[in-house]
Design a protein around this ligand. Sequence first.
Ligand code: NAD
Length: 337
Amino acid sequence: MSEKLTVLVTGGAGYVGSILVPKLLSKQYKVRVVDLYLFEKNLFSHCRLGDSLEEIQGDIRDQNLITSALKNVDVVIHLACIANDPSYELNPELGKSINYDALCNLVKIAKDSGVKRFIYASSSSVYGIKEEENVTEEVSLEPLTDYSKYKALGEEFLFRNQSEGFTTVAVRSATVCGYSPRQRLDLVVNILTNLAVNTGSISVFGGEQKRPNIHIEDLTDLYTLLVEIESSLISGQAFNVGAENHKVSELAGLVQKHVGQENVKIVQTPTDDNRSYHICSDKIKNVIGFTTRKKIDDAIIQLSDAIRTGLLTDTLNNRKYFNVKMVSEHMENLLKV
Ligand SMILES: NC(=O)c1ccc[n+]([C@@H]2O[C@H](COP(=O)([O-])OP(=O)(O)OC[C@H]3O[C@@H](n4cnc5c(N)ncnc54)[C@H](O)[C@@H]3O)[C@@H](O)[C@H]2O)c1
């Protein structure tokens, strides 16, 4: 039997990572997590399997730590970053140092250390607002914020390092939704669901704007698939991945339907800002056969159950569910590095 691969997941204790890591462990990979644990700790006590999981609390900007964490690693899945616009804008210099400078170092050290594959969490926000009906991977990147700009520049840097022995791939994910042990409630479907369950009222500004979304289970299935899929199919490429490009008013309607028609009021306010984001995810289907299996409805049902049953508590107020609040709280320590 061939030796199982070792996968390093940076940001493995985040919203996406805490669903992904148990999936990788269930595939018998050895998993190493490097994370600052800005939001939640003790996420994996239920799935500790002998020495299959190693957790390292540390900063991806620390080159010594990264060099040591990359020893004997086959595949890197790079999720760690300041993961939305408002948190990034708290301190753009800090944001760049984590989201771009640290990525470049990580790529160089990974390549020098003999890592064979580098999977990068990019974002569909790299396109900016587009008029085209089908925003495919061929469409030019016109990111509107620094967070998105450095996601795009990160892809460029990564792809410049593509070589026969170092497979690089970028996942341009739509906004993620659904339940995770490290919950985020600052993402559109999750925001609307949380408001509907707790206040019985959802405010929608405009509503005609499209927002692409993907269920967290689908996205983490994709990352798992990318660990071992034939290199020639993915090397040096970016892939869009999203399930549905709903209008915000449609998302609100879905939330109302699942949380309870009679209990949830949608308050629609006109806006001048009707800019739409949407993406086409045909390439990933055609090239590697990946299709999403979950619907946005599933995320809404699962999340509203988690709030109602008390699996998630104090969801309107607890700061840990909102990235900008926690990054702001950790700012002093983040600036010390
Ligand atoms: N969630 C989404 O809707 C979405 C959409 C597109 C792309 N992405 C990308 O996917 C990745 C994961 O997103 P997420 O929603 O899980 O975010 P998250 O904020 O929940 O997770 C990020 C993790 O990185 C860690 N981290 C931050 N700075 C670090 C540092 N300097 N060193 C070590 N660890 C550090 C945090 O502690 C956290 O656990 C990110 O790169 C994000 O940009 C997310």
